[in-house]
Design a protein around this ligand. Structure first.
Ligand code: C2E
Ligand code: MG
Ligand code: MG
Ligand code: MG
Length: 272
């Protein structure tokens, strides 16, 4: 174990440093540099109708590490979330996503884009004005951009969150609740918030055609969404059975390996 002490020194304790901890420090050290070195990139994963028609795409960040190759966000976002690095990454993601929307619009393509917003970024004091400025500068209709946020982000300081969401919704941006169903919050917050969409977490989608409990849960989510007129995206659809089960229950959008894995963003747009 190593602990940071005053003066930026590290103190090493008797126990050998686990590989995970070493990774952690390396990532923290090099991630900030990675942004400046243009080593981050956005992959896009399509969100389609049951007939496969493209409606939107989720932007998912990747790190093209010069030695380690392509790193998935699961490896570095949790590290970044412990500091303001995640805000730096978030700013880059917004800028790059807006650029990709421009690329798509120039090609006459009409699909929308979703981006993941971390709690620390959203809670920044100037987040709303900053984001509006970015969208203005990119000269993009805000309707093309959806912000994916999590239940835990909402629950943490709900009054501030509601106010910011309402202002951004008035501006024209949309909100989606990511990983829906995995939080411990009550459903009651849904009716207070200007939400456009919920994304059913892939853990429920994955056993929907084999496990009656998951099936019941998904059906409940679909019923709530319909009552509240929310769009639904099913995340992590991998098989035809999952697709058929969901399509028999409601008209929703699908995102998953069954249709496409996330693809390098700009090249994917240029091949549409
Ligand atoms: P998420 O937002 O829930 O994104 C969905 C994840 O599910 C993605 O993993 C995607 O590649 C994966 N996925 C999609 N379809 C399937 C499928 O059919 N089967 C399976 N097994 N997985 C599927 P990815 O790209 O590794 O991202 C993981 C998480 O990292 C994301 O979960 C999100 O929480 C976070 N993340 C990604 N990009 C960003 C970003 O730009 N900013 C922030 N703050 N977080 C990000
Ligand atoms: Mg997401
Ligand atoms: Mg998700
Ligand atoms: Mg998820």
């Amino acid at each position: 174990m190593a602990r940071r002490q005053g003066g930026g020194c590290f103190v090493f304790f008797e126990t050998p440093m686990g590989e995970q901890a070493i990774e952690h420090f390396e990532i923290e050290k090099t991630l900030s540099q990675a942004i400046r070195n243009h080593e981050l990139c956005l992959h896009l994963q399509p969100q389609v109708t049951s007939e496969g028609q493209l409606k939107a795409a989720e932007a998912l960040v990747r790190w093209e590490h010069p030695q380690k190759g392509l790193l998935s966000p699961g490896l570095f976002i949790p590290v970044a979330e412990e500091s303001n690095l995640v805000v730096e990454i978030g700013c880059w993601v917004v800028t790059e996503a807006l650029r990709l929307i421009q690329v798509a619009r120039k090609r006459g393509l009409d699909f929308e884009m979703s981006i993941n917003i971390s709690a620390r970024h959203f809670h920044q004091k100037n987040f709303v004005d900053w984001l509006k400025d970015q969208v203005y500068a990119a000269e993009i209709n805000p309707k093309y951009l959806t912000l994916e946020i999590t239940e835990s982000l909402i629950i943490d300081n709900i009054d501030e969150v509601v106010e910011k969401m309402r202002e951004l919704r008035r501006f024209g941006l949309k909100f989606s609740i990511d990983d829906f169903g995995t939080g411990y919050s009550s459903l009651s917050y849904l009716k207070h918030l200007p939400i456009h969409e919920i994304k059913i977490d892939k853990s429920f989608v994955q056993d929907v055609s084999t496990d009656p409990d998951s099936a019941a849960l998904v059906e409940t989510i679909l019923a709530v969404a319909e009552k509240m007129q929310l769009q639904v995206v099913a995340e992590g659809v991998e098989t035809q059975e999952q697709l058929e089960f969901l399509a028999s229950k409601a008209k929703i959008l699908y995102q998953g390996y069954y249709f496409s894995k996330p693809q390098p963003g700009e090249a994917w747009i240029n091949n549409l």
